[in-house]
Design a protein around this ligand. Sequence first.
Ligand code: PLP
Length: 355
Amino acid sequence: MLALDKLFPRKTLGFFPSPIHKLERLSAMLGVEVWAKRDDVSSGLAFGGNKIRKLEWLVADALAKGCDTLVSIGNIQSNHTRQVCAAAAAVGMKSYTVQETWLEWDDPVYDKVGNILLTRIMGGNPIMGGYGYSTTEKDTWARALEEVRAKGGKPYAIPAGASDHPLGGLGYANFADEVAMQEQQLGIFFDNIVVATCTGSTQAGMVVGFAAQEKRRRVIGIDTADDEAMTRRAVTKIANDTCELIAAKGGQRVVVRDADIEIIPDYSGPAYGLPSEQTIAAIRTAAEMEAMLTDPVYEGKSIDGLIDMAKKGHFKGQRVLYAHLGGAPALNAYYKAFEDPENLTKLAREARYKE
Ligand code: PLP
């Protein structure tokens, strides 16, 4: 156990530990015991999600440094920027969020409903502009930071997904401690964790947290960035940086091996942010069988991976924990994907990245 609360300041933003429960009907259908850990319902802040768990450590740092504005970046329908805005509102800070176009989804309400609407309701300052998914530092983000400084504010910079940040891996390293505690209470062990991965710190944190435990298990990252190499680079870097940070603070010295970083590229759909017909089918299955809502960008892809891998016999005789990381607020922006599957194929074909 890493016991990170003893090493780093943390600002409570959620209701942790998040709930864990068995997906009874899905388990019966797949012939595999499948449970879910519900980080989608782990906070009262604007529908929550995985960034709340990460932001607890970053917001504590921002407050300690006397910052008054959180500045971040993401796609137009970013769950992350919505949660940054929510965290800022809840602690009395301002937020500026650059809302880029990381994909083109042909829908006149894409930039009006879902996450971006929630950001507007919470009094955030979304800055529309910028193109293309990348975790590298963007000019748009640097300009937003400058704008806050020019107005006399003290910004706190949070990269895309709160990932490539010194404290970005702490939230999900702590998640592993939580799972171990819940396993003890339930008297069970999860051999496999299935998690959607994109900017990397969710999976990276988990890899570190679980590597710190005696009994080894698989952390299976389902790539949603549609760029396996980029995702692997991000997860590896953040995992190693997080190990160093924890050791430097006097915590456990954790060693992450290359084999601990497992990225599955097969379920990422046509591109980042675009679902395949199989993604939509998996979303429907989870909804119809468990009333568990997943989204076309992230969780629909990881639940697709879980279902498909289970059907192919990957988890025979083992127990699987599905990490549900949120994302349902984006569903409104994707209503067309559920109208009819042929429409989806057409939309996916027409959708283009802009460079
Ligand atoms: N699932 C949801 C709902 C998300 O919003 C994100 C954010 O990017 C992810 C999964 C992927 O997490 P990460 O970016 O930490 O890899």
